[in-house]
Design a protein around this ligand. Structure first.
Ligand code: CIZ
Ligand code: SF4
Length: 312
């Protein structure tokens, strides 16, 4: 096993030589975040991907994010260091199942969360992220019924804040649904001054207690602008690296999952499949590359482009 400095130097050299840009999601391990050209949440990364002039995008994130970068840049090479980097939300919404579900509600528009495969995006009217979902839903006329797919927790939260009665697909994020209410109450007792922040993929019981509910980027903004010194973080623990960069003097406590849960520490096992070594190898080999069929690329682009118009 080579050390981190070895890979860091070679990755940066290959990025330059190959006119490539490294985009990293803020749930990636610290070493990957630190070497990236840009670190952000899925909306921020999609925006950067849509504007880059680099010929190759190396996406340190999960498959649906790299696919989104490819949909936005069909002529560029998009590399994903580990092709197994899936997502419990995206992987449990199969195109054939969703097509049958959608057929049950022929009058409904489909708003899909960006955490879906390209085939679900292609069946959608709008693709949103947690940063802009509320704006997108509010922009749809009130008498227009909506299916929201695939996250039932985010969907239920959006129904509550917008007053819409959307039909929800029964999906969830294995990290955010695992947070323990009991441990949150214990932590709150231990740190009574702490502000609780939570991502809306979390269950309603956690959201009810949170002082602030928002997307990854909105949580960063909240933490930066609050006077509080201590925060209990109800989202994937990788975000804490950026929170510490933004506010080094503040304290961040990750909200743990329930005992006996497959997620031992509020980390996304899929996100953590990427390593510096795999990043180096995929750049050197220019593989694994995201490949999507042309018609699928075209059909999946339409609902993504709309979000940039409504929520630039
Ligand atoms: O994958 C996720 O859970 C999130 C919240 C991604 C993102 O950046 O929106
Ligand atoms: Fe998917 Fe959850 Fe991992 Fe995000 S944190 S990539 S929603 S499994």
């Amino acid at each position: 096993m080579q050390n981190q400095d070895f890979y860091r130097a070679r990755i940066r050299k290959l990025l330059d030589e190959k006119n490539a840009i490294l985009l990293a999601h803020c749930y990636q391990e610290k070493a990957i975040q630190d070497i990236a050209d840009f670190v952000g949440d899925s909306l921020e990364l999609a925006r950067v991907a849509s504007k880059t002039t680099a010929g190759t995008i190396v996406f340190a994130g999960v498959r649906f994010m790299a696919e989104t970068a490819k949909i936005l840049n069909p002529d560029k090479r998009v590399l994903l260091p580990d092709p197994e980097a899936g997502c419990s939300l995206a992987d449990h919404c199969k195109p054939e199942d969703f097509a049958s579900f959608k057929a049950l509600f022929p009058d409904h528009m489909v708003v899909s969360y960006i955490n879906t495969g390209a085939a679900i995006k292609a069946m959608s009217d709008y693709v949103c992220t947690s940063s802009n979902a509320e704006n997108i839903i509010r922009a749809i006329p009130e008498d227009q019924p909506i299916i929201f797919v695939p996250d039932k927790n985010l969907g239920a939260y959006l129904c509550k804040v917008t007053g819409r009665d959307m039909v929800l697909w029964d999906g969830s994020c294995m990290v955010h649904e695992a947070f323990s209410l009991e441990k949150l109450i214990q932590l709150h007792r231990k740190y009574p001054q702490a502000k609780v922040v939570a991502h809306p993929e979390s269950e309603a019981a956690i959201l009810r207690i949170a002082h602030f509910i928002g997307s990854t980027a909105q949580i960063r903004e909240y933490v930066r602008t609050q006077e509080a010194e201590t925060f209990i973080i109800g989202t994937e623990a990788g975000i804490i690296h950026q929170l510490e960069n933004d506010a080094p003097h503040k304290q961040f406590i990750p909200l743990p999952p329930e005992e006996n849960n497959s997620c031992a520490c509020s980390e996304c096992a899929y996100m953590k499949l990427n390593t510096l070594e795999k990043l180096y190898r995929c750049l050197a080999d220019e593989s694994p590359e995201v490949q999507l069929e042309e018609t699928l690329l075209k059909n999946a682009l339409r609902p993504i482009e709309k979000i940039f118009k409504i929520s630039p």
